[in-house]
Design a protein around this ligand. Structure first.
Ligand code: TXA
Ligand code: MG
Length: 355
């Protein structure tokens, strides 16, 4: 279902926002909040103690930097840039995609107030302006730029509902703001316009095609970063080297495959004998259906790439709830929303079958 976007003029929402804002201003504990992409776990990016409490709550490796979330360009200039200008290379992207699922890297100045716990040795700070009334109101009310990773326990699929956050972090954080289901469903696109040519470091809610189309001349040559990196390699986006997006069940990814052969490939895999005695699940997308494997726990992520993106993480989590041991997933083509979806699925999968 489409996300219910709470109106901040309703008094219950306003009270909850004020309470969350008070927690952020007066304690170092992180608060979970909805964004249009996934739920975030936020605390002041300007306080090392607050940022450290985020890493502790989700058990995140300390060398993976966080995105700083701002509510307005004015706040970005006041609190992060301290009067400096945003590099011109980002102007068309900001005009087109902010607020929205786009994260940009900005130079980290030596006199920056951003906690080093947030940037962990990078020469840059990642910033985004989310497009969700609850997220932006919380940041504006507290007037704190919020460092916020996805609000899942480290290694788990990112949360797209308040229930997902509760499942992973109950007892570890003081509060979750419930804003309904996130409508994008995958995280923001991370781009680096400071390198030449500019780079796409993580595909996400804004597609590569959209960046090429709307970014202006320089972004027509955008390089796409590698999706995976071995643990010891120097990586452009440190998050790339970690286990990620993993449900408890083993994920087997099919694709990208031609429409005709995916059904055959899935059936062959299931009958090969390897899965004997295991509880199997099937997450379908554009072509497979409930009838593909009649005896198997089947869920549809949706029949358009946008729906697959929205329902992907919930689908993986639902398979865990059903105690599925082997999750077969029908992949989609790596274009438009498909690039971000397949990037997440490749990280979640222990095996990929291409036909
Ligand atoms: O949609 C999103 O971006 C969500 C919501 C909550 O806003 N947040 C999110 O944060 O996905 P997280 O921490 O799960 O992912 C942040 C990614 C990581 O891959 C990290 O390595 C990369 O951004 N990153 C952060 N700062 C960076 C920097 N200075 N240079 C390169 N990569 C950076
Ligand atoms: Mg994450």
């Amino acid at each position: 279902p489409r996300a219910r976007q709470p109106s901040i003029s309703d008094s219950e929402t306003l009270e909850a926002l004020k309470h969350a804002s008070h927690v952020l201003q007066t304690t170092h504990e992180p608060v979970a909040f909805p964004t249009e992409t996934v739920y975030g776990l936020g605390a002041s990016a300007l306080s090392t103690e607050s940022v450290k409490s985020i890493y502790a709550a989700k058990n995140r490796p300390a060398d993976n930097p966080l995105i700083v979330h701002v509510s307005s360009l004015d706040q970005l200039k006041r609190k992060i840039l301290k009067g400096r200008e945003i590099p011109d290379v980002y102007t068309p992207l900001i005009e087109k995609f902010w607020p929205g699922p786009l994260t940009i890297l900005l130079p980290l100045d030596s006199d920056s107030d951003v906690s080093p716990a947030c940037t962990v040795g990078q020469p840059t700070v990642a910033v985004r302006m989310p497009d969700h009334p609850v997220a932006r109101s919380l940041i504006a009310l507290s007037d704190l730029p919020l460092a916020a990773p996805s609000a899942n326990a480290s290694t788990r699929p990112s949360p797209t509902t308040a229930d997902h956050v509760y499942h992973d972090l109950q007892g570890r954080i003081p509060l979750i703001l419930d804003g309904g289901a996130c409508h994008v469903g995958v995280e923001s696109t991370v781009v680096d316009g400071l390198s030449d040519p500019p780079m796409l470091l993580r595909p996400g809610g804004v597609s590569l095609e959209q960046i090429r189309e709307h970014g202006g001349e320089k972004w027509k040559n955008v390089l796409v970063g590698r999706a995976n990196a071995k643990t010891d390699e120097a990586v452009r986006t440190p998050g790339m080297k970690y286990k990620h997006y993993s449900p408890t069940g083993k994920v087997v990814l099919f694709g990208p495959v031609s429409d005709k052969s995916v059904e055959q490939a899935v059936k062959e895999y299931v009958t090969s004998g390897e899965l004997e005695g295991k509880k199997i699940g099937l997450l379908t997308s554009l072509t497979l259906s409930n009838d593909t494997l009649p005896d198997v726990h089947t869920l549809s992520m949706g029949t358009t790439p946008a729906l697959v993106s929205r329902n992907l993480f919930a689908g993986l989590r639902d398979m865990d709830i059903a105690e599925v041991e082997v999750i077969l997933v029908e992949g989609i083509r790596e274009e438009d929303e498909g690039l971000a979806v397949m990037n997440r699925l490749r990280k979640a999968a222990s095996e990929e079958i291409t036909v």
